[in-house]
Design a protein around this ligand. Structure first.
Ligand SMILES: [Zn+2]
Length: 308
């Protein structure tokens, strides 16, 4: 098993995490944010299982493609000797039921966007993509319900669904199917990687402005703003988590960069962002951290910093 593309926390989720701490999200936005967190958790669970595959396969995670102006995402692709496996991973919890090609929550009666339809759409588009590449591979799409606390009543047997009780068997099957990869597989993997789109049209980030957001440094563990300086560290009064002052400043600066990519990074800017005055520290510490981790541009009076 070789992972050719790792899974990262998406920019969308990183922004939502920051907004969740620094502003009050609406109910809908919170729902979306928690869905993103849950989705990633499920994908990481799946990745851990895939790591155990001993056969020669390529693993490519989180790919976004565009075919004929249509975008589609695939959570995991596993290229084995005979097959290209497409996995859509759902981390649903609780009880759902399937009726007339639709999926509903048992207690909420809420209708979910049919994940089988989504997978079918991705599979069709992926087929077109392979055709455009002149590649001829057998494609096996599967919808994985990864969470052991999920039950799907009336699950159709003729659909490409892997239920929580079948996930380990799926991995065992992959692991016991002999697989040797050649240059053709490698070329396909490289081609797929090169076609990955970095700008995600499915992103749903609420509008925000600097003034709306709460300033300050928050605990990396429990997200509370109740930090106090203790020597060279911050200590969280809520959960006792300790973090070096330099590390916290850098974390906050990276967050500022993420939320305001068009704004310049300066000592004064980060001083304000961290609400440093309230903590009662001087700007020298911020300036030192920025100098160490960023490239400085400009003169002493108007120094800005760029990512190295
Ligand atoms: Zn804490």
């Amino acid at each position: 098993m070789v992972v050719l593309k790792r899974r990262f926390v998406s920019k969308e989720l990183m922004v939502m995490r920051a907004l969740h701490v620094r502003t009050v999200l609406t109910e809908k936005e919170t729902f979306h944010y928690l869905n993103l967190e849950r989705g990633l958790e499920g994908e990481i669970q799946f990745d851990l299982l895939v790591e155990g595959i001993g056969e020669e396969v390529y693993v490519l995670n989180d790919l976004l493609f565009e075919v004929n102006n249509s975008y589609f995402q695939i959570d995991s692709i596993i290229i084995s000797q005979a097959t290209v496996h497409l996995f859509d991973i759902k981390n649903y919890q609780g009880d759902c039921y399937y009726e007339l090609d639709k999926l509903y929550g048992v207690s909420s009666k809420r209708e979910y966007k049919n994940p089988i339809d989504q997978l079918k759409r991705s599979t069709t588009l992926f087929g077109q993509l392979l055709q455009n590449l002149g590649a001829n591979f057998l494609v096996n799409p599967l919808l994985i319900f990864i969470n052991p606390e999920f039950t799907l009543y009336q699950a159709p047997m003729n659909q490409p669904i892997i239920l929580p009780t079948q996930v380990h068997r799926l991995i065992n099957d992959l692991n016991s199917t002999p697989s040797k990869l050649n240059d053709g597989h490698k070329m396909l993997a490289q081609k797929l990687l090169s076609l990955h789109q970095t700008k995600n049209p499915f992103e749903r980030i609420p509008e925000y402005s600097y003034d709306q957001l709460q300033k300050g440094i928050y605990c990396r563990k429990c997200k509370s703003f109740m930090l106090e300086v203790n020597g060279y560290s911050f200590v969280c009064r809520h959960c006792q988590e300790k973090e070096k002052v330099d590390s916290a400043i850098l974390r906050m600066t990276k967050e500022f960069e993420l939320l305001f990519p068009n704004d310049k990074i300066s000592t004064n800017g980060i001083y304000d962002w961290c609400d440093w005055g309230k903590i009662g520290c001087n700007k020298v510490t911020i300036s030192r951290v920025l100098k160490k981790n960023y490239q400085s541009i400009g003169t002493k009076t108007g120094t800005y910093y760029h990512s190295i």
